[in-house]
Design a protein around this ligand. Structure first.
Ligand SMILES: NC(=O)c1ccc[n+]([C@@H]2O[C@H](COP(=O)([O-])OP(=O)(O)OC[C@H]3O[C@@H](n4cnc5c(N)ncnc54)[C@H](O)[C@@H]3O)[C@@H](O)[C@H]2O)c1
Length: 355
């Protein structure tokens, strides 16, 4: 059987592809445009597996996407391709509208036309799984959790574009009967995360002895989930999730950003006893807050736990240690990214990124 995974060269998509190749007999069609965030080196050994087929395709290109459906005849689509970085969405929202909204609509139309042509058991078993974020729910105060019933209230261009895409997917189910499932997940961390997200930024800057920028006072709270646990949850929802339903996925691991920074520093102190930058915590510095910075996200994941039996395997402490160790042991992966035209620079102040 064959599954199309969009965004399979990205951080979370590559984890799903690696698990699918390692743990199932499925053929995976990896449909990815390879933007700045896509990297086939993140696939490891799965990249050259005969059951991994790479299609360099833009989800906004309807004809090309339709050809991929006809060529591979998938039993399901897992849709992860997106512009995913909040700071980039503040500096340049247009790409987010294009890929996350127009691209999702284009993909939905291609999936619907393909599904319309299926019959019998094949048609009944087809699934369109849309992968989204808890940021669509907006921000929480000190109390409470996001449930699947929490009203949408997105605050950044990124979260607004993801909210729009969730609504489109839901509408394609209600209007056309397309068999969809939706997941909304909290902040992921782990190996192969692009080096502009919080945890890789902290690790790489600390290694270089540079200041570790923390927005505002570092009091913003995120609910962290190890990427392999998220990938396992996605596979479970694809197989067992009820059609038309949303499942929230979270780690029950609320941490302030300053706590995350201190934890990364103390792991580095332990793993690098000879580092001239110890104690790494002295590198922490507070910088101007992100505009519209949501205070707190926290997920109630009891529905997926209760209905589908999912639970996370990795604690934040063990997962963070594995992640820091991975960045220390896989310098070639991130050095190749950094040696290109990408720099770990401050973005997301609503101005064009510095050249
Ligand atoms: N990272 C998180 O913490 C997190 C949390 C919850 C949900 N999500 C969602 O999960 C999905 C994956 O996130 P990620 O962190 O792996 O993102 P990522 O930025 O690491 O990867 C995105 C991938 O999509 C590809 N892509 C971008 N535009 C495309 C286009 N027009 N056509 C085809 N491919 C395109 C990129 O090349 C890249 O490989 C996204 O939909 C994101 O909104 C992410």
């Amino acid at each position: 059987m064959t599954i199309i995974i969009t965004g399979g060269a990205g951080f979370i998509g590559s984890a799903v592809v690696r698990q699918m190749i390692d743990e199932t007999g499925e053929t995976v069609v990896n449909l990815d445009k390879l933007t700045y965030a896509g990297n086939l080196e993140s696939l490891g050994a799965a990249r050259d597996d005969p059951r991994h087929v790479f299609e360099q395709t833009d989800i906004c290109d309807g004809e090309a996407v339709a050809r991929v459906f006809i060529r591979h005849r998938p039993r399901a689509v897992m849709h992860l391709a997106a512009e995913s970085h909040v700071d980039r969405s503040i500096d340049g929202p247009a790409d987010f509208i294009e890929t996350n909204i127009v691209g999702t609509c284009t993909l939905l139309e291609a999936a619907r036309k393909y599904w319309d042509g299926l019959e019998g058991a094949e048609r009944g078993a087809f699934r369109f799984h849309h992968v989204s974020t808890d940021e669509v729910y907006g921000t929480l105060g000190a109390e409470g959790l996001f449930t699947e019933e929490t009203p949408y209230s997105p605050n950044s261009p990124y979260s607004a574009s993801k909210a729009s895409s969730d609504h489109l997917v839901r509408a394609w189910h209600e209007t056309y009967g397309l068999p969809v499932v939706i997941t909304n997940c909290s902040n992921n961390y782990g190996p192969y995360q692009f080096p502009e997200k919080l945890i890789p930024v902290l690790i790489l800057k600390a290694l270089a002895g540079e200041k570790l920028p923390i927005y505002g006072k570092g009091e913003n709270v995120r609910d962290w989930l190890y990427v392999e646990d998220h990938a396992a949850a996605l596979r479970l929802v694809l197989e067992k999730g009820r059609v038309g339903e949303t499942y929230n996925v979270g780690g029950r691991t609320e941490r302030t950003n300053i706590d995350v920074a201190r934890a990364v520093c103390s792991i580095l102190d332990e793993l690098l006893p000879d580092s001239p930058h110890r104690p790494h915590e002295n590198l922490i510095t507070f910088v101007a807050d992100r505009p519209g910075h949501d205070l707190r996200y926290a997920i109630d994941s009891s529905k997926i736990e209760r209905e589908l039996g999912w639970s996370q395997k990795e604690s934040f402490e063990s997962g963070l240690k594995r992640t820091v160790a991975w960045y220390l042991e896989n310098r070639i992966w991130w050095q190749r990214i950094l040696s290109g035209d990408y720099q770990v620079e401050r973005i997301g102040l609503g101005k064009e990124a510095a050249s």
